[in-house]
Design a protein around this ligand. Structure first.
Ligand SMILES: Cc1cc2nc3c(=O)[nH]c(=O)nc-3n(C[C@H](O)[C@H](O)[C@H](O)COP(=O)(O)OP(=O)(O)OC[C@H]3O[C@@H](n4cnc5c(N)ncnc54)[C@H](O)[C@@H]3O)c2cc1C
Length: 381
């Protein structure tokens, strides 16, 4: 993609993913949402198609494409199932952390199975003390008899009950200014003392799994540390800022496109006063606003992804993209429900689900207010 035009390969990728999603995902998305079912059984097939290991190099089992291609895949998936898309997104957070900061041995051990969807990952940062208060986390890692002993509880973790590989941050000390020093650890599903707890019953993104994970006297050796002792804050923040916010922007783009397409289709088919609904000027305003919300979030998201692919700093751009995409998706879903009159709240239509999914996605990876604080700080630099 040059700044504003997708390459032929990227367009072909989108076409292939769209065909797959329309055939294999769209027909089931409503049922998965109703049944709170996360279709994790599709992971190997999605992996085989390159929709999971999109940005992972071929030498680690991925397809060796970039972040623009990752956004294309997540947007297309989320057009019909934001729940499945966030499942993949969170898995990619764990993979992204390993890819960016793991040792060669850790990459060889985890990435081939994760990139091909044979193993599922989670990134466990948030604690009950407040996800936004990231440095206030209280889980601990203490050295004892040559091992690390981990204790604590994480909450709101996507794939908590599904993950084979879990990336945790814990407090392993204090620096000279008395601030917490964090270290990131990788642990396997069946590590003794690691226990998934409650599973959340969510408003939206119900075809994803979200829940608690506790560690009680989990013993790990040095080989489980990602990069080095004390790198936890850097690893978590760069993973969330660039991999996480990119992913949530892409997912909300998918929801936005869903709103745009549903509103266009409905307003052409619905007859009122003997004419199609879109003949009303206020309905045209709604269609235009849906388009504007989609297009502006799209430009911001693909621009940030392009910068990431070019190796440029892009945390501020992803904060802008995520804010525009999540808030745009909430607005567009509400607007589309209004445009549809009574039909808007009938669950035969997917727009109610879009609104629930958009509201649910707005918190993950940083709330809108926290993003505004980030955007202001970047602007003031
Ligand atoms: C569906 C879903 C999936 C998630 N998946 C994961 C995951 O896989 N891994 C993971 O680690 N976490 C995950 N999270 C957690 C998510 O990152 C947190 O919910 C988020 O960081 C906010 O934390 P909180 O919910 O504790 O809200 P709080 O931090 O308690 O925020 C409460 C309110 O205070 C405001 N606020 C807080 N601090 C500031 C500030 N400095 N300036 C202005 N306003 C502020 C917020 O905007 C919000 O309105 C997920 C959450 C959801 C909903």
């Amino acid at each position: 993609m040059s700044m504003f035009v997708f390459t032929e390969e990227q367009q072909l990728l989108r076409k292939a993913v769209r065909e797959f999603v329309e055939a294999e995902i769209a027909p089931h998305a409503k049922r998965w949402d109703e049944e709170n079912h996360c279709p994790i059984e599709l992971f190997p097939e999605l992996g085989r198609l390159g929709m999971i290991g999109t940005f992972v190099p071929e030498c680690y089992g991925g397809v060796g494409m970039g972040y623009i291609e990752r956004v294309i895949c997540l947007e297309e998936l989320a057009r019909h199932s934001a729940g499945l898309a966030i499942t993949i997104m969170a898995h990619q957070l764990c993979m992204g952390g390993i890819l960016l900061f793991g040792s060669e041995e850790q990459k060889q051990k985890y990435l081939p199975d994760m990139a091909t969807g044979k193993k599922v990952g989670a990134l466990s940062l948030t604690e009950a003390i407040g996800g936004s208060n990231f440095m206030g986390q209280q889980s601990t890692g203490m050295q004892q008899d040559g091992k690390w002993l981990l204790n604590g509880r994480k909450c709101f973790i996507t794939n908590a009950h599904l993950a084979d590989v879990d990336l945790w941050t814990v407090v392993t000390g204090k620096n000279a200014r008395g601030r917490s020093v964090l270290t990131a650890f990788l642990m396997d599903k069946d590590t003794q003392g690691r226990m998934p707890g409650r599973a959340e019953h969510k408003l939206g993104m119900r075809s994803s799994n979200t829940g608690d994970i506790s560690c009680v006297n989990v013993e790990l050796d040095e080989s489980h540390i990602l990069e080095k002792e004390g790198s936890g804050a850097k690893i978590a923040l760069s993973t969330i800022q660039e991999v996480g916010r990119a992913g949530m922007s892409a997912i909300c783009l998918g929801i936005l496109r869903g709103c745009l397409e549903e509103s266009l289709e409905f307003s052409k088919e619905r007859m009122i006063y003997g004419k199609p609904l879109h003949k009303l000027i206020n309905i045209q305003f709604s269609l235009a606003e849906n388009r504007l919300d989609y297009e502006s979030a799209r430009l911001l998201t693909y621009r940030a992804a392009g910068m990431k692919d070019a190796g440029e700093p892009c945390a501020g751009e992803f904060a802008l993209a995520k804010y525009a995409a999540t808030e745009g998706a909430i607005r567009a879903a509400k607007r589309t429900i209004d445009l549809m009159g009574g039909y808007g709240v009938i669950n035969e239509y997917p727009v109610g689900r879009f609104l629930r999914d958009a509201l649910t996605g707005s918190t993950a990876g940083g709330t809108s207010d926290v993003l505004k604080v980030v955007i202001a700080a970047e602007s003031l630099k």
